[in-house]
Design a protein around this ligand. Structure first.
Ligand code: HSE
Length: 312
């Protein structure tokens, strides 16, 4: 095994941003996963987990493994990679836990290879990790984790990723302690959409993108509406409507289900509002009697960060 190792912090992400199912996402400053990757003489990908989540260590069944096996298919002179993974983003929480693993792994491995691949290639490899996790290749967590900030995935075949400028935004997340599998949360969605709903939805997506670019907080708030996915998925999340209402009263611009849930996110203009929103979330789940975690954070414009390049 090579002594050269790269350690990265790979961020949680919020996919969909309410109205943009599978096409919009942003990266969070916290929480982050920690991954250390080195080149190995053993063929394939070996994985050691240093956390309590008991994730599979067989490469084909592991998100990092799936992503790096796809990369290895396109690399000639490297047999394999070894990964040490310490997850701080709880799997199944809806804030891009699997994407953080896959994105962190491909960025660290590409650094070891001398950055031979483009960011777009890395998204392509990392999407194989998402396939391992949920059976579907979607990029709305992967792209913001790799590029940072807010990203629009205009298309995945072929990949067309657009980084969007955005104003300073604070993010409050509540993760009620139930698990929703992305595969299940996708299964329950209706396959047909009414034209009147589609019109509302694409008006909101365009409004949200324009709101980010024009740094127009009111337009962002008005556009955080989902008439297609949220009405179905919100039934899986206890207290969802109450959380939304209380958070808006506490100063949220708006928000909704983070990815496929069960986490709920809210955007706000400043830290003071973000903390008031956290209190509102806590009071709803305290009343219901459901355990939860909260995060008060910001949009992370950097994406996966290399924190150690150990060339010994
Ligand atoms: N866009 C995906 C979904 C994100 O909502 O199913 C999953 O994290």
């Amino acid at each position: 095994m090579s002594l050269h190792s790269i350690k990265v912090f790979s961020p949680a992400t919020v996919a969909n941003i309410v109205c943009g199912f599978d096409v919009l996402g942003f990266a969070l400053s916290t929480p982050v996963d920690e991954l250390t990757v080195s080149i190995s003489n053993t063929k394939g990908v070996t994985i050691v987990n240093e956390d309590e989540f008991n994730l599979p260590t067989t490469a084909e069944k592991n998100v990092c493994g799936g992503a790096l096996l796809a990369m290895l298919d396109e690399v000639k002179d490297v047999a394999g990679f070894h990964i040490i993974s310490k997850k701080n983003i709880m799997p199944g929480s809806g804030i891009g836990s699997s994407a953080a693993s896959a994105a962190g792994a491909v960025i660290a491995a590409n650094t070891l290879l001398g950055n031979i691949f483009s960011k777009e290639d890395l998204v392509r490899f990392a999407m194989n990790g998402e396939k391992v996790a949920s059976g579907v290749k979607h990029a709305d967590n992967i792209a913001p984790a790799i590029y940072g900030g807010v990203t629009l995935i205009r298309s995945i075949h072929p990949l067309d990723i657009v980084c969007l400028d955005a104003p300073e935004l604070h993010v409050t997340i509540v993760h009620p302690q139930i698990e929703i599998r992305t595969a299940d949360a996708r299964q329950i969605l209706k396959q047909n959409v009414l034209l009147k709903d589609a019109i509302k939805q694409w008006g909101n997506i365009a409004g949200l993108v324009a709101g980010f670019l024009q740094k127009d907080y009111d337009l962002i708030g008005r556009s955080l509406e989902d008439v297609i996915i949220e009405p179905v998925r919100s039934m899986l999340i206890p207290g969802f409507d109450e959380v939304k209402q209380q958070c808006k009263e506490a100063g949220a611009l708006g928000g909704g289900i983070s990815g496929s849930g069960p986490s709920i996110f809210m955007l706000s203009k400043n830290k003071h509002a973000a903390q008031a929103i956290e209190k509102a979330m806590q009071s709803v789940y305290d009343k219901i009697g459901l355990a939860y975690h909260t995060h008060v954070t910001t949009i992370n414009t950097e994406g996966v960060k290399i924190v150690m390049d150990d060339k010994r």
